[in-house]
Write a new protein. Structure first.
Length: 429
């Protein structure tokens, strides 16, 4: 039977549900296309800072809330989910998270390519930071972990944001076959979500219901705080000043939207002692004007009068989605920005750990952070080359790829050691 004579079987493996928006529109399109048969599975994950794999209940609850029909494959045996996937025999298996150590062994790329073709869609929106090479020096161009992990090496299809990223694949033994420039589906989804939310708010204002009654500051701290990895996070240095600001301005709502890894790694890496962090969180949560934004959608996160962040993705996503500029608390010594990262940083207002509190106070006292219109336009031009069309381009590329009757990936064609297997990387187990 030729490929064109049967439906294309596509599986979506979901544990990083926080970035489901990178897959959601494509998933909807495939469900609506009679040429495809779709299986969606919530699977366990073990993120950085976690001791063990979870039971996939978080991913399942998210998919249920989103109205996505799915199965839950959470087994103590790390190979059972892989066996079940092999029995279903997908032609393609979509992933939106490349770090293989966070998957159970039966679902890691070397296991998947024995029976399916990996299709990878980045969970993040843009490549914003340079990475040091083996000599410790930062090199211009795309950071190696964006195109040299085992998932990248063994994927039949990789959907990337720009020609620059595609060219980076061309420098490897994998090459650019199956690497398709589509822009950022996450950004397309975010822009659409924020626009829909703004429309709903406008309707609520007209009807005098459902609107915020006080100003809101969203604080979004990153999880990295070491020269060994990114080094953008400022939570440890600014947390007490932020607590003081929230206490002083009881008429303002302060939303804390921490990176999902942050609290676990703060303790795991010895940045803050567990009892100190617990005491701070108790004091913060006890205030009547603080809100936990963990479960907020990005549209809700960005529904604020001022976004305060130390990086990384929000520096681009907030201006692109809202047309407004946020406050960037820049940590000295962070990994350098790529060209795209520089555009993102310039679209926001700068501060550091010594000046951010005064900047927020000035804002709350009436100073305006006018949108940096020219800088935001430059960022949008570079970041969204196919604005609004990313999912459609992925859909077309999948059909075109299948029409070539592609074989399974031969891992022997890869000559480089995967990024995560190089000396000094975190162990897989």
């Amino acid at each position: 039977m030729t490929n064109s004579a049967r439906r294309i079987r596509v599986a979506f493996l979901v544990f990083y549900f926080e970035a489901w928006d990178s897959l959601a529109e494509l998933h909807r399109r495939l469900l609506d296309d009679d040429r495809f048969e779709v299986l969606t599975v919530a699977i366990p994950r073990r993120l950085t800072g976690d001791v063990a794999f979870d039971d996939a209940s978080g991913a399942s609850a998210f998919l249920t809330e989103a109205g996505v029909a799915h199965e839950v494959w959470a087994f103590a045996d790390e190979y059972e989910a892989g066996r079940r996937l092999r029995e279903w025999a997908p032609d393609y298996t979509f992933l939106n998270y490349p770090w293989q150590r966070n998957y159970q062994r039966g679902l890691r790329p070397d296991a998947l390519i024995e029976f399916t073709r990996i299709a990878y869609v980045p969970y993040f929106s843009l490549s914003l930071v340079l990475e040091p090479g083996p000599d410790g020096e930062f090199a211009e161009g795309v950071a190696a972990h964006y195109f040299t992990q085992r998932t990248h090496q063994l994927a039949s299809l990789v959907f990337v944001q720009s020609e620059e990223v595609k060219a980076a694949f061309g420098s490897t033994s994998r090459g650019t076959d199956g690497v398709v420039v589509v822009g950022a589906p996450k950004l397309d989804a975010l822009v659409a979500e924020v626009a829909a939310s703004a429309g709903a708010v406008a309707g609520a204002v007209a009807g005098l219901v459902g609107t915020r009654t006080r100003r809101r500051i969203t604080w979004a701290p990153h999880h990295s705080y070491s020269p060994h990895w990114l080094n953008f996070g400022t939570f440890a240095e600014v947390r007490d000043a932020m607590l003081a600001l929230a206490r002083q301005h009881s008429d303002v709502e302060f939303v804390l939207r921490a990176h999902p890894f942050m609290f676990g790694t703060l303790v795991d890496r010895g940045v803050i002692a567990a009892d100190q962090l617990d005491a701070w969180r108790a004091a913060w949560n006890a205030l009547p004007n603080t809100t936990d934004g963990t479960e907020f959608s990005l549209a809700e996160v960005f529904d604020c009068d001022l976004l305060v962040s130390d990086g990384i993705s929000f520096l681009a996503e907030y201006p692109l989605a809202t047309g407004r500029s946020g406050l960037f608390i820049e940590r000295e010594g962070h990994w350098p920005f790529s060209g795209m990262g520089e555009l993102a940083a310039q679209a926001n207002y700068p501060a550091n750990i010594d000046t951010f509190s005064d900047a927020i106070t000035e804002f709350l006292n009436g100073s305006e952070f006018e949108p940096k219109v020219t800088e935001i336009a430059a960022l949008r031009s570079a970041a969204m080359p196919h604005a609004g069309r990313s999912a459609a381009l992925m859909h077309e590329a999948l059909i075109d790829h299948w029409a070539t009757e592609p074989s399974l990936v031969d891992p022997t064609r890869i000559t480089e050691t995967a990024w995560e297997l190089l000396p000094g990387r975190e162990p897989l187990d």
